[in-house]
Structures are given as C-alpha cells and as structure tokens.
Design a protein around this ligand. Sequence first.
Ligand code: HEC
Ligand code: HEC
Ligand code: HEC
Ligand code: HEC
Ligand code: HEC
Ligand code: HEC
Length: 438
Amino acid sequence: MSFKNLRWAVATASALTLGLAGSALAFHSGGVAECEGCHTMHNSLDGAQMTTAFAQYQAGPYLLQGSDQSSACLNCHQHAGDTGPSSYHISTAPADMPAGTAPLQRTPGGDFGWLKKSYSFVVRGSTINNDGEHHGHNIVAADYGYLGAAGSAPGGTFPADKLACSSCHDPHGKYRRLSDGSIVDGTATSLPIKNSGSYDTSADPTTWGAVGVYRLLGGKNYTPKSGTYAFGATTDPPAAVAPGTYNRTESTTQTRVAYGAGMSEWCANCHGSMLENGYTSGMGGLVHPAGNNAKLGALAANYDKYVKSGDLSGTNTSSFSSLVPFEEGSSNYTTLKAHAKNNDTVLAGPDASSNVNCLSCHRAHASGFASMLRFPHENEFMTIADATGNSIYPTVAGNAAVSQGLSDTEQAAALYDRPATKFAPFQRLLCNKCHAKD
Ligand code: HEC
Ligand code: HEC
Ligand code: HEC
Ligand code: HEC
Ligand code: HEC
Ligand code: HEC
C-alpha cells in the first residue's frame, strides 16, 4: 500500500538508525502526532495522491489514509522489505515471511503476522489444525489482509468484527500521566504532553509537562467516535515501562518490560469475566488468578527456583523470564524504569506481593502459539532431545505434536530466538515456572 508523507519518508529512515526513545524524529511523542501522518484533507499533496487506497480527492473513513482505522496505522507499522526486527514495526508483510519462516518482529506485544500463519499436522493418524486466527487479536485492516473475526470478546461483549488498533490505543493519544502519578484524559485543562511515557529512557513528567500513558492505550471512558463500546469508568491504562529498544532478538539477552500494575484490569475492559482478583486455593467455579490482587504469594519461591525441567537450582537475582513475566505490584516509575532493561543487567525475580497478570501467559497482539500464549501449551513437551541428549526443537516430521506444525526455526522464532539449549531436553510447559510440577 503506498502512502505518502514526504517528511516521513526521510524521518523513518533516520529513526531506524538512531533508536526512537527520545529521538527528535519521533512521531506520536506520547500524544497526538501530526494529523497528516494518518489523515489526508483532500488526498492530494504537491499534486500527487497521499494514499493509493483511493482515487485522488477521496480518503477513507474519517479522512484516513486507509480503508479503515488499522490500515492507517499499518501504513507505518508494517514495512514491506524488512529482514529482521525493525524499530516500531509490529506486523510483517506476507512476502517477507514465506512458508516455513516466522514473522520477523520481536516486540513485547508480538507480530500480527502470526495471524496469517495457519498450520495443520498429523498426530496418530488425525489431522490437527493450528489456526492463525487463534494466534492473536484479529484486527480489521483490509488494506493489509487482516480480516477480523466473528463473535465477540470471550468474557465480554466487544464485537470482534470491530476490533482495530484504535479499539485499544487512542490514536490521538490524549491520556497523560502527571508528575503526581495521576492519569487524566485530556478533556479538561491539564498539562501538555512533552514526550512518551513508555520507556526507561523517557523524561519524567514535571510540573509543566505531562507524559503519554503506556503505549498510548485508552483509559477511563475511552470510546473512539466510530464505536459505542466504551471502556469502564474506573480503568486507567496500566503502569508499565519498556526498554528504549524493545523490538529485538532474545537469542542472548532478554527484553524485560517492567509491568507494574493494572494490566489485567485494563484487559478486562473487554474481557471482564476473566479478571480474577481474589482466589483461595481449592475454590471452585473461578478463572485463573490475574489482577492487582492476584499475588504470587508462596509461588514466588517456585518462580525463583525454576530454571528448566529437572533444574530447580535458580535464585531470585537471576530468575526473570520474559516468557513468563510478572507484574511488580507497583506504580512507582523510578523502580519500573530501573527494571526495564534489554541487556540482562536486571534479572531479579518476583516477591510474594508481585501479581499474576494476563500478560504473564498471553501476549497483547499475537504469538506463534494457540490462544496468543507466550509459550506452547498444546502438548506436554516444548523440545525433544538429539542423539546425544541436547535439547532441540523438532522438525514437523520429527515430532508433529511437539512442533504443532511449526518448522524448527519457527518454533525458535516464536520463543524470540531462544536456542533450544536454554531449555531441558523434553522441556515441560512453562506453567511450571510458577507451579514447578516439573
Ligand atoms: C496516529 C494516527 C492519527 C493521527 C496522528 C491523528 N488522527 Fe485523527 N483519527 C485517527 C483515527 C484512527 C480516527 C478514527 C477514530 C474512530 O474510529 O472513531 C481519527 C478520527 C479523527 C476525527 C473524527 C472523530 C473524532 O475523534 O472527532 C477527527 C476530527 C480527527 N481525527 C482529527 C485529528 C486531528 C486534528 C489530528 C492532528 C492534531 C489527528 N486527528 C491526528 C487517527 C489519527
Ligand atoms: C506516519 C507513521 C505512523 C503512523 C501512521 C502511525 N504510527 Fe505509531 N509510531 C510511529 C513511530 C515512528 C513510532 C515510534 C516513535 C514515537 O512513538 O513517536 C510509533 C510508535 C507507536 C506506539 C508506541 C508509542 C509509545 O510512546 O509507547 C504506538 C502504541 C503506536 N505507534 C500506535 C499507533 C496506532 C494505533 C496508529 C494508528 C491509529 C499509529 N501508531 C500510526 C509511526 C506511525
Ligand atoms: C487488544 C488491544 C490491542 C490492539 C487491538 C492493538 N494493540 Fe498495540 N499494544 C497493546 C498493548 C497492551 C501493548 C503493550 C504490550 C506489552 O508491553 O507487552 C501494545 C503495544 C504496542 C506497540 C509497542 C510495541 C509492542 O508490540 O510491544 C505498538 C507500536 C503498538 N502496540 C501498535 C499497535 C498497532 C499499530 C495496532 C493495530 C495494527 C495495535 N497495536 C493493536 C494493545 C493492543
Ligand atoms: C477493545 C477490546 C479488547 C481489549 C482491550 C482486549 N481484548 Fe482480547 N479480544 C477482543 C476480541 C474482540 C477478541 C475476539 C476476537 C479475536 O480472537 O481476535 C479477543 C480475543 C482474545 C484472546 C483469544 C485469542 C484466540 O483467538 O484464541 C485472548 C487470549 C485475548 N483476547 C487476550 C487479551 C489480553 C491479554 C488483553 C489485554 C492485554 C486483551 N485481550 C484486551 C477484544 C479485546
Ligand atoms: C506467573 C505465575 C503463574 C503462572 C505462569 C501460572 N500460574 Fe497457575 N496460579 C498462580 C497463582 C499465584 C495461583 C493461586 C493459587 C495458589 O496460590 O496456589 C495459581 C493457581 C492455579 C490453579 C489452582 C490451584 C489451586 O490451588 O486451587 C491451577 C490449576 C493453575 N494455577 C494452573 C495453571 C496452568 C495450567 C498454568 C499455565 C497455563 C498456570 N497455572 C500458570 C500462578 C501462576
Ligand atoms: C496462567 C496463565 C494465564 C493467565 C494469567 C491468563 N490466561 Fe487467558 N488463557 C490461558 C490459556 C492456557 C488459555 C487457553 C484456554 C484455556 O486453557 O482455558 C487462555 C485463553 C484465553 C482466552 C480465549 C478464550 C477462548 O474462548 O478461546 C482469552 C480471551 C483469555 N485467555 C484472556 C485472558 C485475560 C483477559 C486474562 C487476564 C484477566 C488472562 N487470559 C489470563 C492462560 C492464561
């Protein structure tokens, strides 16, 4: 899809090399970006079309440069020709991920390209389908081949055929965090937004300037004009901090987002019945704990000890895994910023007051696994062993059930390029990180 913004063509190229947090070449900068990055007034600039999705002098709904809201985002957030993780891209073009290879982006939220990866494989004579549709949130972005889904959000009522980037992110980035930690929605006099509030490298809010909320997410009462599906009146965006460079391979060091508080409550805007804050062991009729009051408690000790199947020699100082992240149970941005690292300098594990949250198990956009999980969970093993007992990811022919139809390189990619040797041979599922059943 061609899209035109002359200043952008230049800025994007430089932004890639400079890194983005704090860059003068940023776009949203924590709030509303230049209008013509997403809109066009007449679909004409310097006599040429700004978007080829339409004839000249015609634009999409709301004068957008795309057939729908999400397409207007993917004009920048997907880039044909990528060869690896690239800055703020969160979707891979089909031509850049041919069969047998994985989507390229490795952001904490995950690459929407996994929605286009369907697999089927045969176990004991039966064909099993591992559908792309269940790898993530099925956004509607017609210009980019994302078709949405039928039905509604499990545990809620949000209609699936209306799901867009702007269902979760406020395209105008009006929610802002003030220096006293409060979040306001920008509908009344407050303070201007001076920069993103998402990164360890972001400048803090001051008495004269607010910062954007985490990832421009919608907050209390958020409703885009096109939808009548308002978020709750009590739910602010979550407290969290990402490292300045967050779209990267985790083959040697992990990308640690410091999740603070409120993520599960935020997901519950659309999945209300899945929030579980008060759980006592052995109770019936409830869903798995996730929320600000879903404390790890005694299970924090398991998290620390668990290295891999059969190895419980871990300690608190090095137990963190970005495949099973916990929420710190804190909205203290000084602490969160100190923990959001991508170089393994901070790998400290949880304590008893850390929270289980939805993103302990799920990604926010998409993943290589069913139900958008961070780790495979449809078979008892994630790896097998080679002839000498080294842990390997199997080929589909070698072990279809473990592979779930993904090639061995796709399995590694879905685990953000971790070598199989990070796990035990015949590694069990990562529910064990907290439950240590093996
Ligand atoms: C990051 C992309 C993006 C940027 C930048 C952006 N918009 Fe929008 N805008 C959208 C999207 C997406 C919608 C449709 C929202 C919906 O579904 O209701 C929209 C809708 C609108 C609407 C109609 C609905 C409403 O909310 O009133 C107006 C007016 C508008 N934008 C004005 C602006 C102005 C003025 C600017 C610059 C100060 C701007 N936009 C910048 C993406 C953007
Ligand atoms: C003109 C190109 C462009 C368009 C269109 C665009 N983005 Fe972005 N986006 C960027 C760039 C560049 C960054 C990184 C720099 C920044 O955040 O300012 C970014 C960053 C982001 C971030 C992270 C920001 C943070 O502070 O954590 C989110 C979330 C995001 N975009 C969502 C969207 C959504 C949703 C839309 C559509 C409504 C959209 N973008 C449209 C270029 C674009
Ligand atoms: C269901 C809600 C939801 C939808 C739909 C959604 N996002 Fe996000 N997005 C999130 C959340 C939550 C995060 C933070 C993830 C984290 O830190 O683990 C995020 C993170 C991001 C980031 C930062 C990089 C990353 O992946 O961590 C960008 C950029 C972004 N989103 C853009 C988009 C664009 C563009 C779309 C549409 C094509 C979109 N999002 C659709 C919820 C959503
Ligand atoms: C704006 C509404 C909205 C928000 C906010 C939202 N979701 Fe969803 N979610 C949906 C809809 C609609 C579906 C069903 C359509 C689909 O599967 O794509 C869905 C589906 C899912 C699925 C099932 C995927 C599959 O196909 O098996 C998971 C898991 C999920 N959401 C987790 C989350 C998590 C975790 C968060 C918070 C980070 C979140 N959602 C926030 C609307 C939302
Ligand atoms: C981030 C840590 C964490 C992860 C990962 C995790 N759990 Fe839990 N789980 C908990 C906590 C905390 C409880 C609360 C009960 C407790 O204290 O034993 C719990 C409770 C449970 C219970 C009820 C136990 C009881 O005593 O009533 C089951 C069953 C369970 N989890 C299964 C799973 C499965 C299956 C997975 C993987 C899909 C998983 N858990 C992943 C932390 C976790
Ligand atoms: C302990 C890990 C874990 C946590 C925490 C967790 N989930 Fe899930 N979720 C799963 C697994 C595993 C599945 C697959 C279905 C199943 O086992 O119930 C799933 C399935 C889902 C589905 C798809 C349901 C369907 O009908 O296909 C949605 C939606 C969902 N989760 C949302 C959430 C939300 C929202 C939260 C936080 C409030 C959350 N999950 C917390 C592990 C988890």
